[in-house]
Design a protein around this ligand. Structure first.
Ligand code: NAD
Ligand code: IPM
Ligand code: MN
Length: 351
């Protein structure tokens, strides 16, 4: 029985997670993935009430007792320093060493892309974002805070082990999933440390994946190309910050953040699934958030814990809802969050 921890989190997090669990509920008796749920309270409310973000013991338990974790979103205006989100969300990524952040961007329906006649409609790419180091490592600090000569420093960490494993994962994924082409994005022309990425990408590609075509881009040109001609990309591998930015951009060309799921992985260990979007505080408690990113993230979870048919059904249901305009306002519809979840659950039940 796969064990799933659920952290609904802040803002629209609880609303979209509630729809993902509604769909999981419908799936359970049909496909019998046998997922056993445990709801965890972590988020801004819990932090403000108790002073606890997440304890080291609980973080260990997530790694030891669970197969998967489903997260809504973390971020709340009442916690302007965002320390709870760093402890919980980045805490899971770093401490559970979930070094692969897999962020697919697939165009479900041509009407969803703002590129319109500029695209053939064949957008189907996956970003593999390094998830445990880079500029997110938290190395640095502030000095003379508030004074005229205040200094803040953030160091970017690129370890050979860290860069190698994400590059190898991206190549490997491409081969296993019938893709021929991997693109690596860096900024080696301005940041010499990024030569490590170029060197390792070439070495690993040449020695271990000669069957996969490889290409390197500078991140600025990559962002431009992603808008100009996104069909050319199949698999993109990049560092932590660039991957964060590119994945929001990639979501925008296929319908927006409301549709973008992600998986945080360490092969053979617990995986964490979450929408790419945040807690969107102004949208919270209005029943207007798009639950599809959360539902698709739950689908990625199902595939990972051994229920690929159920995962496929989730994707087909999302596509059907889009084609039939059973969508929230971000996609041009007038359905509420709960109505979209109901419709998708009912479609799966009938199918
Ligand atoms: P956001 O992703 O919350 O929202 C950005 C924009 O996308 C907003 O205009 C919002 O209206 C729209 N949007 C997002 N999700 C949507 C959905 N499901 N349906 C329809 N529209 C949606 O990003 P932000 O405003 O920069 O950040 C808000 C908070 O969320 C911050 O505290 C931030 O740190 C946090 N955040 C958390 C995560 C996470 O938990 N994984 C990710 C990103 C941002
Ligand atoms: C994401 C988010 C997080 C990140 C924030 C909330 C720390 O933007 O998951 O994309 O930067 O990784
Ligand atoms: Mn982001």
């Amino acid at each position: 029985m796969p064990k799933l921890a659920v952290i609904a989190g802040d803002g629209i997090g609880p609303e979209v997670i509630s729809e993902a669990l509604k769909v999981l509920d419908i799936i359970e008796p049909i496909y019998r993935p046998g997922v056993e749920l445990e709801m965890l309270p972590y988020g801004a409310d819990h932090y403000l009430a108790t002073g606890e973000t997440i304890s080291p013991a609980e973080m260990r338990r997530l790694g030891e007792e669970f197969d998967a974790i489903l997260v809504g979103a973390l971020g709340d205006p009442r916690v302007p320093g965002n320390e709870h989100a760093r402890d919980i969300l980045l805490g899971m990524r770093f401490q559970l060493d979930l070094y692969v952040n897999e962020r697919p961007a697939r165009l479900f329906d041509e009407r969803l892309t703002p590129l319109k006649e500029k695209t053939t409609g064949d957008i189907d790419l996956v970003i593999f974002r390094e998830n445990t180091e880079g500029l997110y490592a938290g190395i640095g600090g502030a000095f003379k805070r508030g004074l005229p000569d205040e200094i803040t420093i953030a160091e970017e960490i690129n370890t050979r082990r860290g860069v190698e494993r994400i590059i190898r994962y991206a190549f490997h994924w491409a081969r296993e999933n019938g893709r021929e082409h991997v693109t690596m994005a860096d900024k080696a022309n301005a940041i010499p440390a990024h030569m490590l990425w170029r060197r390792l990408f070439d070495e690993i590609g040449k020695e271990e994946f000669p069957d996969i075509h490889r290409e390197t881009r500078y991140i600025d040109a990559m962002a431009m190309e992603l808008v100009r001609n996104p069909e050319q990309f199949q698999v993109i591998v990049t560092g932590n910050l660039f991957g964060d930015i590119l994945s929001d951009l990639a979501s925008a060309i296929v319908g927006g953040l409301g549709l973008a799921p992600s998986a945080n992985r360490h092969p053979g260990f617990v995986s964490m699934f979450e929408p790419v979007h945040g807690s969107a505080p102004p949208m919270a408690k209005k029943d207007i958030a798009n639950p599809m990113a959360a539902i698709l993230s739950m689908g990625m979870m199902l595939r990972t814990v051994g229920s690929p048919e159920a995962a496929l059904m989730v994707e087909r249901a999302i596509r059907a809802a889009i084609v039939e305009d059973r969508v929230t306002r971000d996609l041009g519809g007038d359905y509420g969050t709960r109505e979209v979840g109901d419709w998708i659950a009912e479609w799966i039940r009938k199918a």
